[in-house]
Design a protein around this ligand. Structure first.
Ligand SMILES: [Mg+2]
Length: 331
């Protein structure tokens, strides 16, 4: 049987919310990835860890990973720096030693003070970033330094919940400088471009849990994408997704890679009629109980209608079974 992954020569996999949550594997993720012949590339917006550290973490959780198949936004940020400043230039690093290593690796000179005359600033997540280093960066950016952000993620997941991410620290510098940075990570193109180049892929599938990073990044590059509902984005997010954030496929989890592509493709589905009455989407079905409904299949069908009529108020149905499923999407 031909399965979804067979249509692609590489899988560009997001990590957090897609393969793991903190120190826990997303249930069944490593097993779902273990079959198939595509190369697996691990593509992360997080610039705080070295590729070797990311590969070790993945291996501990049971994934088939090595350093050569990890692509980080720190690497892409360093690549962007080389395209904007001369060899050997001083670069002020707002971020971890792992980010400084990438700067060094591309032949630039990481510094931590404006007094070292940096011609660029690179900014990635670090739990120890404080006012003092942001002040150095402010001085450099205000004096005209090139500014590269590893990503603009507003939040960062921890075991205690979401805390401020690199994008929130970038926002502080934007306020202080009235400048905007070049961006390496998803949904900007550089990181996924680097992953495609590194994998040699001509037909990759981007797999992730966030519409506003993974899926929008895939749309920016014009490649197919699979959204899995194991992380941040919710059914409601799918229904309200802007056009540049529409995934090709939608599934509960990575198992979908090993089933028919048509099972997960977002397209009209003859099991449901979806119409717009001028205010609401009206979905009808012959199904008699909520248990008999494949809720993800219903969500795909609803998404087709919701994307066609984005001003819809909500979803209604004369079927209690459909209404019961839809009520679970409202938050
Ligand atoms: Mg994620």
């Amino acid at each position: 049987m031909t399965v979804l992954r067979d249509g692609y020569d590489a899988l560009l996999l997001d990590l957090d919310g897609t393969l793991y949550q903190g120190d826990l594997e997303v249930r069944g993720a490593s097993e779902a990835l273990s079959s198939g012949t595509q190369s697996l590339y691990y593509v992360t917006n997080n610039a705080s860890r070295r590729p070797t550290e990311v590969a070790e973490h993945l291996t501990e959780l049971g994934f088939d990973a090595d350093e050569s198949r990890v692509v980080t936004s720190a690497q892409s940020a360093a690549r962007l720096l080389t395209e904007n400043v001369g060899p050997g230039s001083a670069v002020l690093v707002v971020g971890t030693e792992a980010l400084a290593d990438e700067v060094r690796h591309v032949g630039l000179r990481p510094v931590r003070s404006f007094a070292d005359s940096p011609v660029a600033v690179v900014q990635g997540h670090s739990p120890t970033t404080d006012w003092a280093i942001l002040a150095e960066a402010t001085l450099a950016i205000r004096s005209g330094a090139v500014w590269v952000a590893a990503n603009l993620d507003s939040t960062y997941p921890t075991a205690r919940g979401l805390v401020l991410g690199n994008g929130s620290m970038v926002a502080a510098l934007r306020t202080a400088t009235s400048r905007v940075p070049l961006v390496a990570g998803k949904p900007a193109a550089p990181l996924l471009e680097d992953a495609m180049r590194q994998s040699g892929s001509v037909r990759p599938l981007v797999v992730g849990d966030r519409l506003d990073t993974d899926i929008e990044g895939a749309c920016t590059l014009g490649v197919d994408s699979l959204l899995v509902l194991t992380g941040v984005s919710t059914p409601l997010d799918v229904l309200r997704a802007a056009e540049q954030q529409h995934p090709t496929y939608l599934a509960a989890g990575l198992d979908a890679l090993n089933a028919s592509a048509e099972n997960s493709r977002i397209c009209e589905d003859s099991r449901w009629s979806v119409e717009f009455d001028g205010r609401d989407l009206v979905i009808e079905s012959a199904a008699v109980s909520a248990e008999s409904i494949d809720s993800i299949a219903l969500l795909r069908a609803a998404a087709v209608g919701a994307w066609k009529f984005p001003d819809f108020d909500w979803i209604i149905s004369t079927s209690p079974a459909v209404s019961a499923v839809v009520s679970g999407w409202s938050n």
